[in-house]
Design a protein around this ligand. Structure first.
Ligand SMILES: [Zn+2]
Ligand SMILES: [Zn+2]
Length: 493
């Protein structure tokens, strides 16, 4: 009997034509990985997790050396003949590293940039975190390590989702390319379709100085074109964050052997706990792992960290055991600087706590920290003044931390005290007669009929003083959104 190796890859390549196809598969790695997948899935059956797929790329040659489409090709009960490596699935959080890398390259963020992880609402889109909690002020690196959703959505708003789609299309993400018009902010939380093959090829770029190369499956593959997806500097920052082992993505109960090679990795869990992802890399290999059910059924215990990562670690421990391969080196275009720990911006005179941050010279923003504001207050600090109403004597100057309204709500909800600017002088002529914002729409006291089946958005318009840049809208005392002045805002119900 002729041995049947590599059934999934054979079918996949056979479709491309030719009678004899020479792959780059390393039979030793392939068979070891097949065995690991089979044994691992046997241990997961009680949790109703019945399948897994693995793709391994050799980073030096960019060849696919192992390809496991399911936990057992002969397993007819759980659809073992389905090729899980080529199936279109939701990617969970696995696109976040690329997003932050692109933001680093656009000069929008650096690892120590502080973002606010609080409830937001973008035209009706109100994402939540995996654990339903919000964390307040967080750095970009913390947000990526902990895979927080709000900072990722904010990052995608800064970058623009078209930009992310363009980059993923250039990396041959076929379904994303096809769906480009339908995709929006939710794509960064997994609201799009990807395959394990595509994601593993993407992460291989992180292992190759940010250079994307289409992986080679057969000896006939002609030299594939490549392009610089991320600058080496931005790529290095991502590698640095993804290789920290005290992350929550470290699997429970994993008694790491001391010889586990150093790797960088990112997990993902799709909506409804249907797909568990963990994709890891070091200098030698990029390993992509997917686990879930071909039936599409979710499982209560399924997660990227606890379902896919243990298998990823087992594979690295087997194929790269006791490796002393050197880690990625800081490239010449990546430098370090001191920034304010409260904002991640260049320190101003008022900044007291400084930290070290990576940055890209001439690219990263050079904005100076502006989160303190000097306010004129009464000697008792009970009221504040503006230049027009400040008395000739009996006032002082005091610095206050600027807290954005969305952050104020979060601090109040979490009962975290902060020093508020005292209420403005009630006798002030300027603030109360001229400068207070006036809502023009909706009109006070007017009833609006809303057709539930086909709701017309309500227009939010207000008049403000000329020096107002931003207007914050509240609905029933709950922060709704911040709008740049002169842009009318629509509120849809
Ligand atoms: Zn500061
Ligand atoms: Zn005043």
């Amino acid at each position: 009997m002729v041995p049947h190796y590599l059934p999934h890859l054979s079918y996949r390549l056979k479709k491309q034509g030719g009678d004899i196809i020479q792959t780059h598969i390393n039979l030793n790695t392939q068979l070891k990985t097949e065995k690991l997948v089979e044994d691992y899935i046997r241990s997961q059956r009680l949790k109703n997790i019945r399948n897994a797929a693995v793709v391994i790329i050799d980073n030096q040659t960019n060849r696919v050396i192992t390809y496991v489409g399911s936990s057992g090709f002969m397993d007819t009960l759980d659809g073992g003949q389905v090729n899980g490596a080529a199936a279109i699935r939701q990617p969970g959080s696995t696109l976040k590293p690329l997003l932050y890398g692109l933001c680093f390259d656009e000069g929008l963020l650096t690892p120590k940039t502080v973002m606010t992880d609080v409830a937001v609402n973008y035209d009706g889109y109100a994402p939540e975190n995996y654990d339903d909690k919000f964390n307040g002020y967080v750095t970009v690196e913390y947000a990526l390590e902990h895979s927080l959703n709000i900072p990722a959505v904010k990052g995608l708003r800064l970058l623009g989702h078209e930009q992310l789609i363009n980059k993923l299309s250039a990396c041959h993400f076929k379904q994303i390319q096809k769906d480009r018009r339908k995709l929006g902010l939710s794509m960064i939380l997994g609201g799009c379709g990807t395959t394990l093959e595509e994601l593993t090829a993407l992460f291989a770029a992180f292992a190759h100085n940010g250079q994307y190369r289409l992986p080679s499956y057969t000896k006939k593959d002609s030299l594939q074109s490549s392009f610089q997806l991320l600058s080496p500097a931005a790529n290095y920052m991502i590698n640095d964050i993804l290789s920290r082992i005290n992350r929550p993505a470290f699997p429970l109960n994993w008694t790491a052997t001391e010889r586990m090679p150093k790797i960088a990795w990112k997990t993902g869990t799709s909506y409804g706990r249907k797909d568990a992802w963990s994709i890891g890399y070091n200098n030698r290999f990029t390993v992509g792992v997917w686990a879930g059910n071909f039936s599409g059924q979710g499982a209560a215990d399924l997660s990227g960290a606890n379902t896919a990562t243990p298998l990823l670690f087992k594979i690295f421990n087997t194929i790269d055991y006791d490796s002393d391969e050197a880690w990625f080196k800081q490239p010449a275009d990546c430098d370090i600087r001191r920034v304010c720990s409260e904002t991640g911006l260049l320190p101003a005179d008022h900044c007291t706590n400084l930290v070290t941050d990576y940055f890209i010279p001439l690219i990263s923003a050079t904005r100076v920290c502006d989160n303190r504001q000097e306010v004129l207050v009464s000697t008792t600090e009970k009221i504040s003044y503006c230049r027009s109403c400040v008395p000739a004597a009996g006032y002082k100057k005091k610095w206050f931390k600027v807290v954005e309204p969305e952050m104020q709500s979060w601090l109040d909800e979490n009962r975290i005290a902060y020093i508020k600017i005292p209420p403005h002088n009630p006798g002030c002529e300027v603030i109360f007669k001229g400068a207070a914002p006036v809502i023009q729409s909706p009109v006070n006291g007017t009833e609006y009929l809303i057709n539930k089946k086909d709701p017309e958005p309500l227009q939010l318009i207000c008049k403000t003083a000329n020096d107002v840049n931003k207007v914050y809208w509240y609905i029933n005392n709950k922060f709704y959104k911040a709008v740049t002045r002169k842009k009318s805002s629509f509120c849809s119900y």
